[in-house]
Ligand binder design. Structure first.
Ligand SMILES: [Fe+2]
Ligand SMILES: [Fe+2]
Length: 273
């Protein structure tokens, strides 16, 4: 089973600053003939403020002609506790209209002995709202009912940057308290893979017997003036997975034709304060 993870496409018809990287990405995806494409969020420039971005990006994904799933990023549905764009029922409803559920499972491979891929809405994490508790209860349940299947998580924001025990890394990773609960859950159920986006950096490493993969963005890179020092490689691309039984393979791939945009050059136009 071949799965492609893409992330942080930041698509918009009204703010087409990174749109020229969509065509090379789409052509590459089609050539790879994947069984499934998983988008780990920031699909749009500003779906959280402009539903037209969600509609536009969903149409581009449909035009791939490949089955796809997506989990939301902060620019798609807002963020937990954000001052201007909090994740709320209205923003989540807009996501559901264009992308379907914001959390989901995909069971792949031989019946009951293959893989359970789990999409998690990272934007609810740390919100303290009922929807967050509902997602945690749901996650508990889909872990328990996975049975003999191996488990992989896909979410926008990484659980941690340097180490699971680290303090609050602000915008860049999940907060320490919910992180501890998620790490414990991952340990308990021997989660094989946690795949994320958000950082616009690539990384592939192992921690406590779990593989952690940071998908590069396909849209733009973020300079040191905006992004603090952290691990990972500033490169654009996507991730190829081959889910076998019981092993799996990971390849962070370069995509021919991607332009190395830098957010720093256009931030005032794309994300004005
Ligand atoms: Fe992003
Ligand atoms: Fe993000």
């Amino acid at each position: 089973m071949r799965v492609i993870q893409i992330s942080d496409t930041h698509l918009s018809a009204e703010k087409p600053h990174f749109l020229d990287n969509w065509r090379p990405l789409a052509d590459w995806i089609k050539a790879q003939r994947p069984d499934l494409v998983i988008h780990t969020g920031d699909v749009t420039v500003d779906g959280a403020g402009n539903e037209a971005d969600l509609a536009y990006a969903a149409r581009l994904l449909d035009e791939l002609g490949v089955r796809w799933r997506a989990v939301p990023g902060n620019h798609d549905v807002g963020d937990a506790g954000h001052a201007r764009q909090p994740v709320d029922a209205r923003r989540l409803a807009a996501w559901h209209r264009h992308f379907g559920p914001d959390r989901w499972i995909e069971d792949i491979g031989p019946d009951g002995t293959g893989w359970r891929l789990v999409g998690i809405d990272a934007m609810l994490i740390g919100d303290g709202a009922p929807e967050e508790a509902m997602q945690m209860a749901w996650l508990d349940e889909v872990m328990t009912t996975a049975g003999a299947q191996r488990i992989a998580w896909f979410l926008h924001r990484p659980l941690f940057l340097d180490a699971p025990q680290e303090g609050d890394r602000g915008y860049w990773s999940v907060k320490p308290q919910p992180r501890a609960a998620l790490m414990a859950l991952a340990q308990r159920h021997r989660v094989a893979l946690v795949a994320s986006g958000h950082l616009h950096k690539a990384r592939d490493f192992e921690q406590d017997a779990t593989r952690f993969v940071w998908s590069p963005a396909s849209s733009f890179l973020v300079g040191d003036a905006i992004q603090p020092d952290m691990p990972g490689e500033k490169r654009l691309g996507a991730v190829l997975y081959e889910f076998g039984n019981p092993t799996f393979a990971v390849e962070i791939a370069d995509i021919p034709g991607l332009r190395r945009h830098w957010l720093d050059d256009v931030i005032q136009q794309v994300y004005p304060r």
